[in-house]
Design a protein around this ligand. Structure first.
Ligand code: PLP
Length: 383
């Protein structure tokens, strides 16, 4: 096993390294500042000030109000809570609209709702990973309670036209939720201009810790909590706050707001150079998903005629970390549901690998992987 710092980590859509500045801000809340922010003493009140600042920082990144941020245990809980709330608040409406490329946190929730008598329409995508907005619009019926469409896909990076979809949902009078777990921190978002009811994000995708996330709840949206208990988070998410992680997520949001434009340009350049070099050096490599409407950090490549799993094993031996589709489905031999939804032949899907760049990737690492990957692929193809 290599030392962690010898690894070339190209799996940032799966999880990211905690920024040292985030960890610094978290540490006091894991040691000396252990008071309960709901406590009635000044020791607890000081902690409350820190969680309030975290609300402000996340709100600032998203262009919303601090009291519209509800901290959760992560992207999955945020997604589940948004859908749960929408279904609870429109009991007479028994229909949900989502897409075929959502994360399992949405898809499996919808499937479970289906088992409880809700109807679910799953809108397909085309070969590029795009939705047909006309089809989405036609899927919304008078009995639709909620539409859930991700902002950006975790596997391909394809970005969806959330502004238009939000407007469509507003016009039809249905709740709109977007899973922005992969978008937040990678593209600029301004909720002040958008009729979105709910937006999910996750700390560990933007250099905060795992097990913390947030749900944006538009102050005008009717809301029903999923976690029932104490009055935390304005009564919208019961349970003693995960203070250190919330403070860390606040700091991560502040860093993202500060560095977003610059970091995106740097990461996009790394990704583009990575892709163009591999496409030039190796035959039969293709990009999965619309290259022109993607997150700046994601490259999902099909090494046609080669088994992605075999490449992944070799890359792992050389200390390069990346993913077969979404890491939540890694281990399964089935091609990912996202690539399948894009009508990709099984053989191409099975030759596909997701590389996702991030804050800590360097030019030197890029040079190294651009030597390693062609060598491995040529060797495997020659077998
Ligand atoms: N939604 C998307 C698009 C994701 O990529 C992920 C994580 O991979 C999640 C939701 C789940 O987030 P979490 O791991 O914080 O529960």
């Amino acid at each position: 096993m290599r030392a962690e710092d010898e690894v070339i980590y190209l799996d940032n859509n799966s999880s990211t390294r905690i920024d040292p500045a985030v960890l610094d801000e978290m540490m006091p809340f894991l040691t000396s500042r252990y008071g309960n922010p709901s406590g009635s003493h000044r020791f607890g009140a000081k902690v409350k000030e820190a969680t309030e600042q975290a609300h402000e920082r996340v709100a600032n990144l998203l262009g919303c109000q601090p009291n519209e941020i509800v901290f959760t245990s992560g992207g999955t809980e945020s997604d589940n809570t948004a859908l749960h709330s929408a279904l609870q608040m429109s009991p007479e409406r028994r229909h949900v609209v989502t897409t075929a490329v959502e994360h399992n946190a949405v898809l499996n929730y919808c499937e479970a709702a289906g088992r409880h008598g809700f109807q679910v329409t799953t809108v397909p995508v085309d070969e590029q990973g795009h939705l047909d907005l006309g089809e989405l619009e036609r899927a919304i019926r008078p009995e639709t309670a909620v539409v859930s469409v991700m902002w950006a896909n975790n596997e391909t990076g394809v970005i969806y036209p959330i502004e238009e979809i939000a407007e469509m949902c507003r016009a039809k009078g249905v709740f709109f939720h977007t899973d922005a777990v992969q978008a937040v921190g990678k593209m600029s978002i301004d909720l002040s201009r958008l009729p979105i009811h709910f937006l999910s994000l996750s700390g560990h995708k933007l250099h905060a810790s795992k097990g913390v996330g947030a749900l944006y709840v538009n102050s005008k949206a009717r809301f029903q909590p999923m976690m029932i208990g104490g009055p935390q988070e304005g009564g919208r998410r019961a349970g003693t706050d995960n203070v250190a992680s919330i403070v860390g997520l606040g700091k991560a949001a502040a860093l993202a707001a500060e560095t977003l434009a610059e970091e995106n340009t740097r990461v996009r350049n790394l990704r583009n150079r990575f892709e163009s070099t591999l496409l030039a050096e190796l035959e039969n490599v293709s990009v999965n998903g619309d290259r022109n409407h993607r997150l700046p950090n994601t490259s999902n490549l099909a090494f046609n005629g080669t088994d992605a799993q075999a490449i992944l094993v070799k890359l792992d031996q050389e200390g390069v970390c990346c993913s077969l589709g979404s890491s939540c489905t890694t281990g399964s031999v089935q091609p990912s549901h996202v690539l399948r939804a894009m009508h990709m032949p099984n053989e191409r899907a099975r030759s596909s690998i997701r590389f996702s760049f991030g804050r800590y990737n360097t030019e030197e690492e890029l040079e190294r992987v651009l030597e390693i990957i062609p060598r491995i692929v040529r060797k495997l193809r020659a077998l």
